[in-house]
Design a protein around this ligand. Sequence first.
Ligand code: SF4
Length: 65
Amino acid sequence: MKRTPIVELSDCVLCELCTDLCPKVFVINTNDYVQVMELDTYPEPEVDEVIKNCPADCITWEEQP
Ligand code: SF4
């Protein structure tokens, strides 16, 4: 089971907490949106910490078989 973080962009307030805490996974792209990097595996504890602290509560895990 692959788990990928997903950002609901319509709720994101661009506070940049995710890009500060976990820059390997979350970046601000050239359109000024948060983008999740394509990785084979994601550092779950770090992403969970970001999910817990995101002020807009707009990051979730998506599970793929
Ligand atoms: S922490 Fe949440 S609200 Fe802040 S930039 Fe990241 S996704 Fe957007």
